[in-house]
Design a protein around this ligand. Structure first.
Ligand SMILES: *Cc1c(COP(=O)(O)O)cnc(C)c1O
Length: 392
C-alpha cells in the first residue's frame, strides 16, 4: 500500500515509536539530547539528519511527529510547528521579508494579524498596502513588480467572506510574489490551498487542530526549501517553536479532526438553513447556503460550508445580547473550531477596539452574531438557536 487516505494519515502519519512500542505517541518532554560521544556531538552540530536532535527549540521527536502528520494531511512537503497561531503568521512573514520589500494584504484580518502588517512590518521598512480581499481587480491594481508577498485570510473573521486563492495566486505569481494564506477559518479539512496556488499555508492549531480548547499552537506549511531553509532558521533562533507537550495535544487532536470538523460543518449547515428567514434575522452568512454571495467560490474552494455561521439580528446590540444570554447549550466565548459550540458578539469583544467606521467597513454590525458550531447533537444545537431567537 503506497498511497493512503487522508484520515489514515491523520491517525498514523508521522508516527515514530520508541523501543517500547507504545501505542499512543510518546511525549518527549526533553529540551536536550545526550550524545554517544564527543565526535557525535560535533557531527550533529555540523549537520543534523532527520532523526537527530540537538535542542527542543530546534526540533523534538514529538514535535516532528506533529509536523509530519499535518504536512501529509495538507499535501505540503514540510511543516514547522509554532508556539501559537500568531507565531506562525509572524514567522511565515518575517522570516522571508526584509527592509524595502512590498506586501499586499487583505484588509479584513484577525486583529493580531493586522497588528503585524500595519504596525510591526512597517517599523522594519516593509511597505504594506491593504485591499478589499474579495476584489480581484483591487489585488491586480495593488500587486506590482517587486511585490514580495501577498497575505490574506481565506475566510474572513467574522463575516466569512472568502478570498479566491487561485485568483489571487495567479496575480501574485505573475509578479513573482509569495502567496501566504492564513487558513484557520477554512480548516485543514476543507483545504486544498496548495493545489489552488498558495505557497505557504498557516494555521492557528488552537482552533480546529486541537479542537478541544486546551492549548495554543500553530503551524507553517510549505515547500521543504521554504520550511527548512527560510522558516526554521528564523523560528529556531527567535524562540517561537512549539513545546513537545503541545505537540502531543495537537497530534491527538489531529486523530479526530476530520471526523469532528465534518460533523461540525454538517450541524453548521443545519443551523444556517433553520434560521434563514426567521423573523428576527436580517441575514445569514454561511458559505454553504445558496444565498451566500460567494456560493460558487465556496463550492470550488472549500467544497463545503465550514464550521462557522454568522448572522445579523434585527434589534442590534440589545437583541444580540438577549440572544446570547438566552442560549442554553451554546456557550458565550471567543474561541472557535472547538468541540463545544460557541457564540460571539464580535462588535463588543473580538472587534471592540476598531472604530465604528472600521467595523462598518468590515460588515460588523451591532446585531452580528458569530457561531462556531461544535459536535453536540445537531438537533439540540438547532433547537437552542431557534429557541433563543424565538425569545427575542
Ligand atoms: C486565532 C487566529 C489566529 C491566531 O492564533 P493563536 O493560536 O490565537 O495565536 C490567527 N489567525 C486567525 C484567522 C485566527 O482565527
Amino acid at each position: 500500500m503506497t498511497k493512503r487516505g487522508k484520515r489514515t494519515n491523520l491517525v498514523h502519519g508521522g508516527t515514530k515509536r520508541s523501543q517500547w512500542g507504545e501505542l499512543s505517541e510518546a511525549i518527549f518532554l526533553t529540551q536536550g539530547f545526550a550524545y554517544d560521544s564527543a565526535e557525535q556531538a560535533e557531527a550533529r552540530f555540523l549537520k543534523s539528519g532527520p532523526d537527530e536532535y540537538i535542542y527542543a527549540r530546534y526540533g523534538n521527536p514529538t514535535v516532528a511527529m506533529f509536523e509530519q502528520r499535518i504536512a501529509l494531511y495538507e499535501g505540503a512537503e514540510d511543516a514547522f510547528a509554532t508556539a501559537s497561531g500568531m507565531a506562525a503568521v509572524n514567522g511565515a512573514l518575517t522570516s522571508v521579508l526584509r527592509a524595502g520589500d512590498h506586501v499586499v494584504a487583505a484588509r479584513a484580518l484577525f486583529g493580531s494579524c493586522l497588528y503585524i502588517l500595519e504596525d510591526i512590518l512597517p517599523r522594519f521598512g516593509v511597505q504594506v498596502d491593504f485591499v478589499d480581499g474579495t476584489d480581484l481587480e483591487a489585488w491586480r491594481a495593488a500587486v506590482k513588480p517587486g511585490t514580495k508577498a501577498v497575505f490574506f485570510e481565506s475566510m474572513a473573521n467574522p463575516t466569512l467572506q472568502l478570498v479566491d486563492i487561485a485568483g489571487v495566486a495567479e496575480i501574485a505569481h505573475a509578479a513573482g510574489a509569495l502567496v501566504v494564506v492564513d487558513h484557520a477559518f477554512s480548516t485543514p479539512v476543507f483545504s486544498d490551498a496548495i493545489a489552488q496556488g498558495a505557497d505557504v499555508v498557516v494555521y492557528s492549531a488552537t482552533k480546529h487542530i486541537d479542537g478541544q480548547g486546551r492549548a495554543l499552537g500553530g503551524v507553517i506549511l510549505g515547500t521543504r526549501d521554504f520550511i527548512r531553509g527560510t522558516v526554521e532558521p528564523y523560528m529556531k533562533h527567535t524562540g517561537g517553536s512549539m513545546s513537545p507537550f503541545t505537540a502531543w495535544i495537537m497530534l491527538k487532536g489531529l486523530e479526530t479532526m476530520d471526523l469532528r470538523v465534518r460533523a461540525q460543518a454538517a450541524s453548521a449547515g443545519a443551523i444556517a438553513t433553520a434560521i434563514e428567514g426567521h423573523p428576527q434575522v436580517v441575514r445569514v452568512s454561511y458559505p454553504g447556503l445558496p444565498s451566500f454571495g460567494q456560493y460558487d467560490l465556496a463550492r470550488r474552494q472549500l467544497g463545503a460550508g465550514g464550521t462557522m455561521v454568522a448572522f445579523e439580528l434585527k434589534g442590534g446590540k440589545d437583541a444580540a445580547f438577549a440572544f446570547c444570554n438566552a442560549l442554553e447549550i451554546i456557550l458565550i466565548s471567543n474561541n472557535l473550531g472547538d468541540a463545544k459550540s460557541i457564540a460571539t458578539h464580535p462588535a463588543t469583544t473580538t472587534h471592540q477596539r476598531l472604530t465604528p467606521e472600521q467595523r462598518a467597513g468590515l460588515g460588523i454590525s451591532d446585531g452580528l452574531i458569530r457561531l462556531s458550531v461544535g459536535i453536540e447533537d445537531t438537533d439540540d444545537l438547532v433547537a437552542d438557536v431557534v429557541q433563543a431567537l424565538d425569545r427575542l
